[in-house]
Design a binder for this molecule. Structure first.
Ligand SMILES: NC(=O)c1ccc[n+]([C@@H]2O[C@H](COP(=O)([O-])OP(=O)(O)OC[C@H]3O[C@@H](n4cnc5c(N)ncnc54)[C@H](O)[C@@H]3O)[C@@H](O)[C@H]2O)c1
Length: 245
């Protein structure tokens, strides 16, 4: 029996890296997908690819920091599939720069996407889930929400915010059949890593390799499905041992 049969899942950042791997796994488990991203070109291509494989998918171009765009995500989901059951709230950007060189605009944009955007999209889902009487949210935080690291203060602060937002929403809706948990990845081979030295990241990881997007997708599936039915307000760290050090 498929784990997400006939569930409708909204996935932000759903056309690249961890979001795209999760989209594939969710589809293979029977879910219908609302893929959200501001990268229209990648979005249209991935939507066409999944449709050609027989999956039910709609792509919505949206910036998760725009209230209007976020409203449109849920309007499109309801118009296309009639409901929303799951949100994988995963869009994010990195900002690696020494703090003395970081502009206030760069700080603000990082926190805007990585924390404000997570709030806005979660709020939209919660409104629908309250009407429907149930729902599940998985936010993407980071192991850097648990530990500090030099050179990415804005990102780390925003991701720590996502972890406590997750706890707070988990508690707020615990009796209303809405579960909220977070994924905290370690170093995962996706485009967000950019030019970062892979040898450095590999050596810093106790398992001496980078994680794969598909390995994150399995953890997300656990949190999005009934397999985690007694879990809320929690954060699952999947980092090859980094934060155990
Ligand atoms: N890869 C890692 O090592 C790692 C580690 C910890 C956490 N994460 C988190 O995982 C999540 C997914 O990242 P990824 O590694 O798959 O990288 P990625 O760059 O492949 O995917 C991120 C996606 O988010 C989209 N996006 C960015 N800003 C957006 C916005 N304002 N509105 C809509 N879409 C937007 C991008 O276009 C992209 O498709 C992010 O939240 C990231 O911070 C990644």
């Amino acid at each position: 029996m498929s784990k997400l049969q006939d569930k409708v899942a909204v996935i932000t950042g759903g056309v690249s890296g961890i979001g795209a791997a999760t989209a594939r796994l969710f589809a293979s488990e029977g879910a219908k997908l609302v893929l959200v991203d501001f990268n229209e070109e990648k979005g249209a291509a991935f939507e066409a690819e999944l449709k050609s494989e027989g999956y039910e998918v709609v792509f919505v171009k949206a910036d998760v920091t725009s209230e209007e765009d976020v409203k449109n995500i849920y309007e499109t989901a309801l118009k296309t599939f009639g409901k929303v059951d799951i949100l994988f709230n995963n869009a994010g950007i990195g900002a690696v720069k020494p703090t003395e060189e970081l502009t206030y605009a760069e700080w603000r944009r990082t926190v805007e996407v990585d924390l404000d955007g997570v709030f806005l999209v979660a709020q939209g889902a919660i409104k629908e889930f309250l009407k429907a009487g149930s729902g599940v949210i998985v936010n993407t935080a980071s192991m850097y929400g648990w530990v500090g690291s030099p050179g990415s203060a804005a990102y780390n602060a925003a991701k720590a915010g996502v972890i406590n937002l997750t706890r707070s929403l988990g508690l707020e809706y615990a009796t209303r059949n809405i579960r909220v948990n977070a994924l905290c990845p370690g170093f995962i081979e996706t485009p967000i890593l950019g030019e970062t030295d892979r040898d450095y990241l590999t050596n810093a990881t106790p398992m001496k390799r980078l994680g794969k997007a598909e390995e994150m997708a399995k953890a997300v599936l656990f949190m999005a499905s009934d397999d985690s039915s007694f879990m809320t307000g929690n954060s699952l760290v999947v980092d090859g041992g980094y934060t155990a050090q």
